[in-house]
Ligand binder design. Structure first.
Ligand SMILES: [Zn+2]
Length: 265
């Protein structure tokens, strides 16, 4: 996907069934919502109400050199996501297949600090996998972690040790400029400090949503809550605002968990 000078590559870390049936994960969805969702993302629907989902990251080629990586997947076999996600993921192989050297990643944006989004950010030995990147995370997201959260030892402490943690507050342009560039945008609800990435170029906009949308049923009806949203009302408001804004200009949505990487909004 191209937005002006910005080339966005989808990288599939893994895919597989979710540990809960779709009906239990999105209990507020109506039959009509499910029918519309099946037209948007038919691959999400497995037998016996199974929800099949992708675990996807995105690389953005930076015209001045290097790449930004958005999210870091479920990680290797022994990653924190291994208790429920289809590990091991394959992000490092996918990067190599796309011709992207890990050392050329200048920015890693973590949309939020769930284990299926930070999996490859730091190796199990505590060494950041992207040695020349700053890791962009909203301050609110880190502040919302419990003091004994595994995320501190798995991600935050190693990044502090190497000086690679770049904590941000609110909307921040991380490459180019705001009218034509790459920005992070707070999109709370799924987690308190969740952020999405907005890429704008030559009149086109690509929004890398993170988990604002985790299933097509939330596109069919943005009011449908996901069971594991930290604040479902805030998540609904965020989803509606994102889709309303997308209606104002040509926009593609790039999602982590739908089975199609790019969808026209
Ligand atoms: Zn997720």
């Amino acid at each position: 996907m191209q937005a002006g000078p910005w080339r966005i590559t989808a990288l599939l870390d893994a895919s597989g069934p979710f540990f809960l049936p779709a009906g239990a994960a999105f209990s507020g969805a109506t039959d009509d919502d499910w029918a519309r969702a099946a037209r948007i993302d038919p691959e999400a629907f497995g037998p016996d109400d199974t929800w099949n989902l992708a675990f996807r990251c995105f690389a953005i080629h930076l015209p001045r050199g290097g790449y930004a990586l958005v999210d870091a997947g479920i990680g290797p076999a022994d990653s924190p996501a291994s208790s429920w996600a289809p590990v091991p993921g394959h992000l490092l192989e996918r990067l190599a297949q796309a011709g992207i050297d890990r050392r050329d990643v200048r920015l890693v944006v973590l949309t939020h600090l769930h284990e299926d989004h930070f999996g490859w950010s730091v190796s199990p030995g505590g060494v950041p996998n992207f040695p020349n990147a700053r890791y962009v995370i909203q301050r609110t997201e880190i502040d919302a972690l419990g003091g004994d959260s595994v995320v501190h030892t798995a991600v935050i402490d190693p990044l502090l040790a190497t000086g690679q943690l770049n904590t941000v507050d609110g909307r921040v342009c991380v490459a180019g400029h705001r009218g034509d560039g790459v920005s992070v945008l707070p999109t709370p609800g799924h987690t308190p400090g969740h952020q999405s990435v907005v890429v704008r170029g030559h009149g086109r906009q690509v929004v890398i949503t993170g988990d604002v949308l985790v299933h097509a049923v939330q596109l069919a009806d943005p009011g449908v809550a996901y069971r594991f949203e930290a604040d479902q009302d805030t998540a609904r408001r965020t989803r509606r605002a994102m889709l309303d804004e997308a209606g104002c200009r040509p926009t593609w949505l790039a999602t982590a968990h739908l089975n199609t990487p790019f969808l026209r909004a």
